[in-house]
Design a binder for this molecule. Structure first.
Ligand code: FES
Length: 152
């Protein structure tokens, strides 16, 4: 199997059976993220641990395969991570999907399957949607927030 095909399989699997999909009743922050270009949306719920790390993270919403798979992979990767680790991963992931230098020895693991979106600017927004939401969750700290893939 070609590596691209394998990546495709992983993305399809996560979009069909997203992990960490559901409600998080005791979430500290809820972020509604949307992509006005297509109307897709994600509702991200985050619970922090005593040190400000990501104790639990879940999402709901509906969207294209890329945004759903990205959210699923992201929640798997970020759960249990410190704030610092999560922010590092956010930057590494952004690099991965936006520039050629972005895949060298960064702690991305499975997230590398999203690398192909860098060739499709509209899909970069799909892939980044859940990450924008988690970034906002850290900024917000508590309560509710909204974030968009488009600058306001
Ligand atoms: Fe809407 Fe991907 S097409 S988030």
């Amino acid at each position: 199997m070609e590596i691209e095909e394998l990546y495709q399989e992983v993305i399809l699997d996560h979009s069909r059976r997203p992990r960490n999909f559901g409600e998080l009743p005791d979430a500290a922050v809820r972020v509604h993220g949307d992509n006005p270009a297509c109307g897709d949306e994600i509702h991200l719920a985050v619970k922090f641990d005593a040190g400000g790390g990501l104790e639990d993270i879940k999402f709901t919403g509906r969207g294209c395969a890329i945004s759903q798979a990205s959210a699923s992979l992201m929640t798997m990767k970020l759960k249990g991570k410190s704030r610092k680790e999560a922010v590092e991963m956010l930057h590494a992931f952004h690099d991965l999907v936006t520039n050629d230098a972005g895949d060298a020895s960064k702690p991305l693991g499975d997230l590398r399957v999203m690398k192909g979106v860098r060739n499709f600017p509209q899909r970069v927004k799909c892939a980044m949607l859940p990450w924008r939401a988690v970034e906002q969750a850290f900024e917000q700290g508590a309560g509710e927030a909204t974030v968009s893939t488009e600058p306001t």
